[in-house]
Design a protein around this ligand. Structure first.
Ligand code: UDX
Ligand code: UDX
Length: 434
C-alpha cells in the first residue's frame, strides 16, 4: 500500500513513521521544509519518546521517505492521510482553511483512485466538504473516496499508542474504502470498528470531550476536598476501583492543556449549538478548567502574600510530561500572571524550554531559564510545580530546602507526599489535599 501523509506535525510524523513500521510504503510531506529536511535525515522536529529511533530504522529499511513536493506525494499515493492542523477560531470553532486547501491540491493531482482519510480532528460533516471540494475541483474523471480515521495518540506516549491501540475507528461510505483501510490496519483487526463517516467524526470529538469532562469533574471535587478534610487523590482512588468509572484521567491538578482537549471541547460545543443542541455541560467543563489558573495563582498569593519582587522557581513548562509541547499549557497563563504581578521567575523544564523562549524570551532578572531544578530554586521565595515530570518527583528536597530563601512549595500536580515534605520543614500547598 502506498500511503501519503500530508502534514508531518505531532500527529502526522508519528502516523507516517508508525505506518511505515507496519510495513507500508509511506511518504510524509509538509509545507515547512525544515521539518522535511530533518525527518529525511532521521531527526524528529518534536520530542516524542521512541519516535526518532523508529524514524531512523524505517528510513534505513527504505519504505519511508519525506518530500516537500506535495503534488508528487499525492500522485504517487493510493491512500492520503490528512493531518494538517485545525486551529481554534475566535468563536471556538475549528479553522478548516488548511484542510480545504489540501483538498484542492488533492483535486489538482488526482491521477487515479485514492482514499482521502481525515486524520486531523475535524467537525462532523467535514468529509462531505472535502468530497464536495475535490469533486468540484478535480481535473480528471477519476474516482475517489473520503474516509475518517481519527487519531487517539497521547503526546508523550504517541508511538506506543499507535502501535498498541485500544481501537481503530474507520468511518467510510463505500466497501472499497473500508477494505483498503481495514487492510492497512490488518495487524489490529480485532480492534477495528467500522462506522459511517459522521459517526467516526463524532467518536473522536465525543471521546476527547468526555475525558476533558472527567478531568474537570475531579478538579471540581478537588475544590470541595480542600474545603473539607478529604484528600482528592484518595477520593479518585476510591472512585477508580469502580470499573464503571475507571481510575484513569482522575488526576486533579492545573487542568487540561495541549492541542486537543481545550480546542476540541469548544469545537464540539460550537458544533452542537449550531445544530440547536444545548451544550452547557461542556461549557461548564471548559469554565472549570480555565478557573484552575486563578485557583493556583490565588494559592500562590496566599502563601507569599505579595508576589511583587518575589523570586519564584517554576518547574515544568510542557503541557504534560514527556513532551516538548507547550500548546495551551497551564504554565503560559501562570507565568503571564506572575510577571504581571512583578515576580522574578526562574524557569526550568527538561524538554520544553526552547519552545517557551519563543513566547517569553529570556529577560533577566524577570525571566531566566536555568539548567537544573537546583539552579531554579537558589534563593527562591517559592517553588511551583506545574508539570509532573519524573525528574521532579526524584528531587533531593533536603538539598533544595537548604538553598531556598523560603522553603515554600506550591505543587500544582500533587507530586509530593504532604506529610513527607512538611517533615522536611517545607510549607506545602497542593491541590485538593490539606
Ligand atoms: C493534530 C491534528 O491535525 C489536529 O486536528 C488535532 O486537533 C491535534 O493534532 P498536530 O499534529 O498536533 O495536529 O499539529 P501540528 O504539529 O501543527 O501539525 C500540523 C502540520 O501540518 C504542521 O507541520 C504544518 O506545517 C503542516 N501543514 C499545515 C501542511 O503541511 N500544510 C498545510 O496546508 C497546513
Ligand atoms: C489527547 C487524547 O488523550 C488522545 O487520545 C488524542 O485524542 C489527543 O489528545 P494529549 O492531549 O496528547 O492526548 O494528552 P493527554 O494525556 O490526554 O492529556 C491532556 C491534558 O490533560 C494534559 O494537560 C494533562 O496534564 C491533563 N490531564 C490528564 C489531567 O489534568 N488529569 C488527568 O487525569 C489526565
Amino acid at each position: 500500500m502506498k500511503i501519503g501523509v500530508i502534514g508531518t506535525g505531532y500527529v502526522g510524523l508519528v502516523t507516517a513513521v508508525c505506518l511505515a513500521d507496519l510495513g507500508h510504503d509511506v511518504v510524509g510531506t509538509d509545507v515547512v521544509e525544515d521539518k522535511i529536511d530533518k525527518a529525511s535525515r532521521g531527526i524528529s522536529h518534536i520530542y516524542e519518546p521512541g519516535l526518532e529511533e523508529l524514524l531512523k530504522a524505517n528510513l534505513k529499511k527504505g519504505n519511508l521517505s519525506f518530500t516537500a513536493d506535495l503534488d508528487k506525494a499525492i500522485q504517487s499515493s493510493d491512500v492520503l492521510f490528512v493531518s494538517v492542523n485545525t486551529p481554534q477560531k475566535e468563536d471556538g470553532s475549528a479553522d478548516m482553511t488548511f484542510v480545504e486547501s489540501v483538498s484542492r491540491t488533492i483535486a489538482d493531482n488526482l491521477n487515479d483512485y485514492k482514499v482521502v482519510v481525515e486524520k486531523s480532528t475535524v467537525p462532523v460533516k467535514t468529509s462531505m466538504w472535502i468530497k464536495k471540494t475535490i469533486t468540484s475541483c478535480k481535473k480528471k474523471d477519476v474516482d475517489f473516496d473520503v474516509a475518517s480515521n481519527p487519531e487517539f495518540l497521547r503526546e508523550g506516549s504517541a508511538v506506543s499508542d499507535f502501535l498498541n491501540p485500544d481501537r481503530i475507528i474507520i468511518g467510510v461510505e463505500t466497501d472499497k474504502a473500508r477494505d483498503i483501510l481495514v487492510k492497512i490496519y490488518e495487524k489490529f483487526k480485532d480492534r477495528i470498528l467500522v462506522t459511517n463517516i459522521d459517526t467516526a467524526e463524532i467518536i473522536k470529538h465525543a471521546s476527547n470531550s468526555y475525558l476533558a469532562l472527567k478531568i474537570s469533574y475531579i478538579n471540581l471535587i478537588a475544590e470541595l476536598c480542600e474545603k473539607t478534610d478529604a484528600d482528592v487523590n484518595q477520593v479518585a482512588k476510591g472512585m477508580g476501583f469502580d470499573p464503571r468509572i475507571g481510575s484513569q484521567f482522575l488526576k486533579a491538578g492545573l487542568g487540561y492543556g495541549g492541542s486537543c482537549f481545550p480546542k476540541d471541547i469548544r469545537a464540539l460545543t460550537k458544533i452542537g449549538e449550531d445544530l440547536g443542541v444545548n451544550m452547557n455541560l461542556l461549557r461548564e467543563a471548559d469554565r472549570v478548567n480555565l478557573d484552575r489558573i486563578d485557583f493556583f495563582v490565588e494559592k500562590t498569593k496566599k502563601a507569599l502574600w505579595i508576589l511583587k519582587d518575589k523570586k519564584v522557581a517554576v518547574l515544568g513548562l510542557a503541557f504534560k510530561p514527556e513532551t516538548d509541547d507547550i500548546r495551551e499549557a497551564s504554565s503560559i497563563k501562570i507565568i503571564k500572571r506572575l510577571l504581571d504581578e512583578g515576580s522574578y521567575l526562574r524557569l526550568y523544564d527538561p524538554r520544553a524550554m526552547e519552545n517557551m523562549r519563543k513566547i517569553f524570551p529570556e529577560e533577566p532578572p524577570q525571566i531566566s531559564y536555568v539548567k537544573s531544578p537546583y539552579e531554579a530554586v537558589k534563593e527562591a521565595n517559592a517553588l511551583l510545580i506545574i508539570t509532573e515530570w519524573d525528574e521532579f518527583k526524584e528531587l533531593d528536597l533536603k538539598k533544595i530546602k537548604e538553598v531556598m530563601d523560603n522553603p515554600i512549595i506550591i505543587d500544582g500536580r500533587n507530586v509530593y507526599d504532604p506529610s513527607e515534605v512538611r517533615e522536611l520543614g517545607f510549607e506545602y500547598y497542593s491541590i485538593g489535599r490539606q
